[in-house]
Design a protein around this ligand. Sequence first.
Ligand code: TRP
Length: 328
Amino acid sequence: MKKIVLSGIQPSGSLTLGNYVGAVRNWSLLQSDETYCYYCVADMHAITVRQDPVELRRRSFETAALLLAAGIDPNRSTLFIQSQVPQHAQLAWALCCNTYMGELSRMTQFKDKSASKSDENINAGLFTYPVLMAADILIYQSDYVPVGVDQKQHLELARDIAVRFNNAFGEVFKVPEPYIPRVGAKIMSLQNPEKKMSKSDPNPNGFVAIMDEPDVIMKKFKRAVTDSESLIAYREDKLGVSNLLTIYATIKEKSIDEAVKDFEGMGYGNLKVVVAEAVIEELSPIQTAYKQYLANPDYINEVLEKGRKQAETAAQKTLNAVYEKIGF
Ligand code: TRP
């Protein structure tokens, strides 16, 4: 029996090196003879923030192209767009009715997001977002969910909901495990290494977009914030340097200790250049493939249609079991 893997990514304008190193790269590596993977473009999660419809549709499509470019193989995995598989929303409602307001109020992402939105658009979707995510996960009977550390709390909630539902109605859901990589789970801003790397960083030097040109990538790394000590070490009080080491170690598939060794005797200038070169080398084939995929939209549509069908078949099975249990 193959282990089921599921993950989702929101369609956003420019995915960053953080999304790639922290998530997408692992998605591709998790494809093996022992796993079957479902990967979805989470456009339903995206509308918890107001979106321009034309933009959203285009971004969902581009995100799918990027996932293909990053090595998601549609012959080994199911790649699909969340909103095209209505069972997610159907299950989400059943799960909503088995989730407590108190639990959702404790989600740190909700607290952060609602605190930073001074005004009107603290919508109910922002609040129930983790339940939809639980539905994404549970509907495929997932064993493993690769996520960044920032999504770990949501995954724990999904586990709690699964256990609660199974106890109340009888076994329906597999209880999923998080899959958080040892190195590289969280990539920080190059300008403020106390903050997560984010495409919404007002300072564009803080993040590297997956599609940034090589000279732009080099320039951003050269400007990366470090410290005044001039010692290449991985330490809590050296967040900037540690972040560079993390990026390098993940891409080169080395441990942090090995990465530190590679830079023995070097200065920060060298460190930045070598890390930038590693990033450029890693991203360049993805950038080429991405452009090729986008030049062939029929192919992407074909992949997504196949993914939709496969996802729907698997999802309907779980939904039938749930509906049976709850008396629908
Ligand atoms: N909420 C996740 C994020 O913003 C994306 C996501 C949606 C997801 N559904 C998922 C991640 C299911 C893992 C599993 O990053």
